[in-house]
Design a protein. Structure first.
Length: 365
């Protein structure tokens, strides 16, 4: 783990050094991920992590389908500059998977032709960091806030309300949310793919999530599976649809022993399953490991379906069936909603934008 961190820091620092020395100028395109992999003899995941951090900190920006470029220097986030604050998730896996960079590219593209400067803050992960986080927002004085991948801390939401600026949630939302939201068809997609499994003769469908019901997207997927099974009058056994609360340990590394072990125990208790649907592709990777240790073959003994379509999901050796979630669209739609709120042209009632998911069917299902 330390080698990977050291390697990604070397790549990140080298790119920053080349920019500061004028080797790459504003709006210059930097080498592709494949070229950087060869140049630094490093993995794509490590290179992507370095680039994601440089994008997040405003050193680089991406243009979808074109490449990564040096971002022009902008005015500092002072009180006399119109600003949009983006609250980023404190989950390394979302950065490594490219989800955050896709979302960020959509936001940046939509803000490029406006007067707003994008400012980012990382979501606090514990109570000790919340006060510092709120003080940073007071200093920034944003005109509007996009809160991405919210995870269940109502105290933060209550404090954000006091700033009296428009807020748009992206992907997940708090309970009884009164703000605008851009989210995906989590319930509908889970219902749809469960029906597909049932019609294919696979009636025993399970769900495993390493996050609990506080994460709204996970509870929606569980409920979609549950409804599809109930509509087909298929009994649901205790523990078949599981929302676990292991996120604090999980996000450091998918290969952590406790997560793989937990999925193994889940599969042993539910050894009748035909299909397992998991919360995202990172959990799917752990499910592959757990199934292998139980000598279960995917897909012969167990079909596997996931969410995310992460970078490695389509590798021929994996062939994971997964939903493409289109986070670039999430970013664009979130900006549209926020701009309307800030201009006063939006309806008084809550606005919801639902992004359609596309199932990428591969050999695991």
């Amino acid at each position: 783990m330390s080698e990977n961190i050291s390697k990604y820091e070397i790549i990140k620092n080298k790119i920053e050094e080349q920019i500061s020395q004028g080797f790459y100028k504003e709006n210059d395109k930097i080498p592709s991920e494949n070229e950087l992999c060869r140049a630094f003899a490093s993995s794509r995941i490590t290179v992507r992590k370095a680039l994601d951090e440089l994008v997040t900190t405003g050193v680089l920006y991406r243009q979808q389908g074109i490449g990564t470029f040096v971002k022009p220097k902008t005015v500092e986030a002072s009180a006399d500059v119109d600003k949009v604050l983006l609250i980023l998730p404190n989950y390394p896996e979302l950065f490594a998977a490219g989800i955050v960079s896709d979302m960020l590219s959509g936001i940046q593209k939509s803000l490029r032709e406006t007067q707003y400067t994008l400012v980012t803050l990382m979501e606090p992960r514990n109570e000790a960091d919340i006060e510092k986080f709120l003080q940073s927002i007071k200093t920034i004085r944003p005109n509007g806030i996009i809160y991405s991948f919210y995870y269940g801390d109502s105290m933060i939401v209550d404090e954000l309300k006091k700033f009296e600026v428009p807020i748009v949630f992206l992907d997940a939302e708090p309970k009884d949310n009164e703000f605008d939201i851009v989210t995906g068809e989590d319930f509908e997609s889970a219902y749809r793919v469960t029906q597909l499994a049932i019609m294919s003769g696979m009636k025993n469908v399970g769900f495993y999530s390493s996050w609990n019901q506080d994460f709204s997207t996970c509870s929606a997927r569980k409920n979609g599976i549950k409804k599809a099974l109930e509509d087909s009058r298929i009994p649901i056994r205790e523990g078949q649809l599981l929302l676990r609360n292991t996120e604090s340990e999980f996000h450091e590394s998918v290969t952590k022993y406790d997560i793989v072990t937990d999925i193994k125990e889940y599969l042993q208790k539910n050894d009748y399953l035909d299909v397992l649907i998991v919360m995202n592709d990172t959990v799917a990777f752990a499910a592959y490991k757990a199934a292998s240790e139980l000598r279960k073959d995917i897909p012969d003994d167990l079909k596997l379906i996931s969410y995310g379509n992460y970078n490695w999901s389509s590798f021929p050796t994996i062939g994971l069936t997964t939903f493409e979630q289109h986070f670039f669209k999430y970013g664009k739609e979130a900006v549209k909603l926020l701009l309307k709120r800030m201009s006063g042209t939006s309806s008084m009632i809550q606005q919801r934008r639902i992004i359609k998911y596309d199932l990428q069917r591969r050999k695991s299902f």
